[in-house]
Design a binder for this molecule. Sequence first.
Ligand code: HEM
Length: 525
Amino acid sequence: MPSQHVFNNKDGATYTTSNGAPVNEPYAAQRAGLHGPLLLQDFHHIDLLAHFDRERIPERVVHANGAGAHGYFEVTHDLSDITSQTLLRSVGKKVRVTMRFSTVGGESGSADTARDPRGFSAKLRTDEGNWDWVFNNTPIFFIRDPAKFPHFIHTQKRDPQTHLKDPDAFWDYLSQNPESIHQMMILFSDRGTPDGFHNEHGYSGHTYKWLKEDGSFVYVQVHVRADGGFKTLDDATATRLAGENPDYGTQALFETIEAGKFPSWTVYIQTMTPDQAEKFRYNILDLTKVWPHADYPLRPFGKIVLNENPQNYFAEIEQVAFSPSHTIPYIEPSADPVLQSRLFSYPDTHRHRLGTNYHQLPVNAPLNPVANFQRDGPMTFISQGNRPNYQSSIQPLSYKSPKGTIDHTVRDFEREAKHENFIGGAYRELGILTELDFEQPRALWQKVFDDHAREAYVKNVSGHFGKCKSAEVKARQLSVWAAVDQGLADRIAKAIGHPPVKPMKVAPASEAIRFKAALGASLKQ
Ligand code: HEM
């Protein structure tokens, strides 16, 4: 952001109109006579009001409340055995990063300590374009079918009539869509209220594909782990802070960096070969599942350090536009349908929120020059000079050499076709709810949570769930918890004064496994 650094609060600048003419008195408005009406000729005054009237841009439709800072990403370990991406083979290389942390449901200015997942985004400015990580602080998500996203988000936002948050809508949605239960186990643990924005981990959640020049690839999940650990608040403290200091996370991030205590994270990947993916117990396109660390260990490859606060929040954080579709060579999305939907949704909302030329804003412009055939539109300020605006044979753009692309002569097309078959089946399988969907939430409750975490979960969840009025919704959501663990459901029922409820009916795990076996058989034919 060099252009931002030209300005600062000590540069002794002369006060001017927006066309640069010096003005002596910022508060004076021109009048007809001593006490007469204001004059239309007073550009200084009219321009001031007219600009003020247009200061607000649409806030993000989700993740509106947040904070951010700049720093760097450094490659610490070579990954050339799994990808041909240049940056990931360049140990010691540092690239400039902008990060933004956010809550999801609340409006801009709402409480930083609200119980909500946290957005965890990073823009890495590489020599081959901007690479955005648009992650959350949870390794999984509420949905695995993108058509549910607007419905789900509406139930976390305000009621169309009362303009209030509605616990009945919240639990009505969740109880009808029990694949959300794994995320709900995390959200109502103390991880749902992190201590500030920077004391937390980030996760890609989705599976990505990282490729090599020969077309081979591995599936990848990225984990960004806070060096100081994932710190949380208990429900009472988070609620108190929401009233006393709604900007708690924003303030802590800014002041920590100002004090020179730079927040840092170590970045890891989990990888899976296509063969492993075909044999994996869970579907690799299922955003509600984690990959067990024991089978797919974390492999470090980088670090992130935030060492610079923005000079101007609006220009550098509010206007930053992250998208999972901003990738660089050899980094590709998987066929995860939620991820595929997001590839469309982010640039679409950026065109609405920031304008057609959002990528030309200083915080969004890549370091390497853009050369393409897109031209003009509102607020164009990089118009690519006199370059032809079509694919000209007289003055052609140069294209990247074959090195740096996939070598199609060595690809194993037969193997790829079989795997694509598997992916097609895995995609279809996401519609089925089976016992597989309850295994990981059950492991969290029975094995990962200790007594203190179990106690906190029941307290946190019953505080919110107890506000739900509908008897039907209450019984349905309790039956989801009972499918995780009867003891868990009974404890929540007791806490809200509800009779015990039996587990909801769920298809056996063998349904999903049978589906995969049938697919495997068809692949062998
Ligand atoms: C923000 C859509 C799922 C992480 C946003 C925004 C939209 C959106 C429209 C506002 C972006 C902006 O105004 O710049 C969707 C859709 C989803 C989805 C349609 C599913 C179908 C997810 C998931 C994750 C995620 C699964 C994490 C794994 C984020 C983050 C932001 C965000 C971190 C804030 C970006 C920032 O700081 O500017 N999402 N989202 N979203 N989303 Fe999603």
